[in-house]
Ligand binder design. Structure first.
Ligand code: ZN
Length: 274
């Protein structure tokens, strides 16, 4: 990331970094406290800058492994403010990754595990995985008898609990996202620079939460075509379908900004009206 190309973004990061380094007013704080102590713009720049730098360097995996993923919710919040299609793509990736990360972890650099740990099994070293140990015994007459004993280590299963490991599924997804991120990286950085410059950005209205939510069925019988009762019925239906408050307000705004036909069209977009 060059200074000439992203002067505002880079400038904010440099200023924040100086506060964290020797002699800075935030020197000695751990990363999480440091980010929270920064002024809004510097904090946003640090969150996005570290995301971009770590992914560029070693992928999403490195971003997580170095502890930066502990700020995942704050990164998502900044990306929501950026609001572009690319920002939303990254939000989707982070939301998915989040389910493979330990909750409430603090940034301890690379000296901690941030992924959800999964137990592994490995072949028992005592019995070579057979579950039984062969022993030769000499009896009183000097005959050699073979006896088979259940392995005390694995209790006959042949498998031992191995070390815990970082969620394999999470790592696989992280790697897949790297390629998607690299493909959109240049454009995304231009957008971030524009964001910090305060330039208008093409925002998209993506509603991942609504898309997951089911479109409620609404019967308009008995409303007599009255705009207010139709609005009320759909609002009620969205509420029953567990739509968050903000989404219901969004619906209401959209439905009431135009004429009666637009109200009906909006209702049909948000609900299965019959
Ligand atoms: Zn064994």
């Amino acid at each position: 990331m060059t200074e000439e190309k992203y002067p505002v973004f880079q400038g904010l990061m440099t200023a924040a970094d100086e506060r964290w380094s020797d002699g800075g007013d935030l020197h000695g704080k751990n990363y999480n406290d440091f980010v929270r102590a920064l002024d809004k713009r510097q904090g946003q720049a640090i969150l996005l800058g570290n995301l971009n730098y770590q992914i560029g360097n070693g992928g999403f995996r490195q971003w997580v492994d170095n502890g930066y993923g502990t700020e995942i919710n704050n990164v998502i919040e900044v990306l929501e403010e950026v609001g572009t299609a690319n920002a939303h793509k990254v939000i989707e990736m982070l939301e998915m990754l989040k389910s493979f990360l330990r909750k409430g972890a603090e940034n301890k650099g690379c000296f901690s595990t941030y992924w959800i740990q999964e137990e592994t099994t490995e072949e028992c070293s005592e019995c070579g995985g057979s579950g039984y140990i062969q022993e030769e015994e000499e009896d009183e007459e000097g005959n050699i008898n073979e006896s088979e004993e259940r392995c005390s280590n694995c209790h006959g299963s042949g498998l031992c609990e191995g070390p815990e490991e970082d969620s394999p599924e999470g790592l696989e997804i992280a790697e897949r996202y790297d390629h998607e991120y690299y493909a959109m990286n240049a454009q995304f950085l231009d957008e971030i620079e524009a964001f910090f410059k305060g330039e208008p950005l093409q925002k998209v209205e993506i509603m991942p939460k609504v898309l997951e939510l089911r479109k409620p069925k609404v019967k308009l019988v008995g409303t007599d075509g009255n705009a207010f009762s139709i609005l009320g019925k759909v609002r009620q239906a969205l509420k029953m379908a567990k739509y968050p408050k903000e989404k219901i307000e969004e619906f209401t705004k959209e439905a009431t900004k135009g004429d009666y036909n637009e109200l009906l069209a909006t209702c049909m977009k948000w609900a299965d009206v019959c």
